[in-house]
Write a new protein. Structure first.
Lengths: 143, 143
DNA sequence: AAAAACTATGTACAAATAGCATATAGTGTA
DNA sequence: TACACTATATGCTATTTGTACATAGTTTTT
């Protein structure tokens, strides 16, 4: 439906959507167009999940996020989460000795605490999955 | 695994989890225990979905949220969203004439714009569903 | 060889989110 | 009378997070 695209541009939704007053940058509402307002909250679980499989640097994780449709998330958000996670002990990092195609990169590895957290988050996500299904089942196809 | 419960209380996760510095109220991190950090973002889609089916007042919507596992969300959040949605034209409200078991209640109805938004959000949620499934599939069962 | 493009990480700032406390108030019940 | 439940709403403020910007090494193009 191209009409929905038209609606997107003209309505309060899309990237320009702001709740009530407020204007400018910040978080705003990003339901549609860029990415869902839900999706930002998937970054943290995703990072832990990726790191459980293999050690990776921020840039690599950014690419993996893109692969699952989270490419619109700002790199700064990802780097910040990684540093915060290191501070609270969910991940550890070391500078990569083998030179990359660029400046040195910080390679992250998940810790025991991180794995524990991931297990919790995994259960949490499964519940979220059910909740989303419940919401979708409420919605009648077209009006 | 009761050990996970123990972990919950002692670790940085659970309701007391704060990223880096910071302390006190605000949004914080509520991954585990209370509800997932993702779930707060499901309130807006859920409200629109509920209102597509029937006109309801805030308190009734709060009960419907609880029914799908979103009972831990603050009523203030819901009332604020409803007023904001009215301001931007996604819903309309009227005071209920038939007295309830309490003070008068404001009954909300979805508008044409609201229905349009719901359709967009519905598609968005379907993508989110796939993303969560992608994340969960990355996670290996236990370490 | 200079410029552009890509790889790679990080900080400062400002705007929006959302939990908590609180205020208000009508109805039903012990 | 007091308490519990129904019902709506606002102020405070800590936290989140997008944008802009800063920095810098490597590879490719002009």
């Amino acid at each position: 439906m191209k009409n929905d695209q038209e609606f997107l541009r003209n309505s309060n939704f899309g990237s320009g959507f702001r709740r009530g007053h407020g204007h400018g940058r910040g978080r705003g509402r990003h339901w549609i167009g860029e990415y869902s307002l839900v999706d930002v909250r998937l970054v943290e679980p995703a990072l832990l999940a990726f790191l459980q499989k293999e050690n990776l640097h921020g840039y690599g994780l950014l690419e993996k996020l893109e692969a699952i449709g989270l490419g619109a998330i700002s790199p700064s958000v990802v780097y910040r989460i990684l540093r915060d996670y290191e501070e609270i002990g969910l991940v550890e990092s070391d500078w990569d000795v083998e030179a990359s195609q660029g400046p040195p990169r910080r390679v992250y590895a998940i810790t025991a605490d991180g794995n524990h957290a991931l297990r919790q988050v995994s259960n949490s996500l499964k519940e979220t999955l059910e909740r989303i299904e419940a919401i979708l089942s409420e919605i009648e196809p077209d009006v």
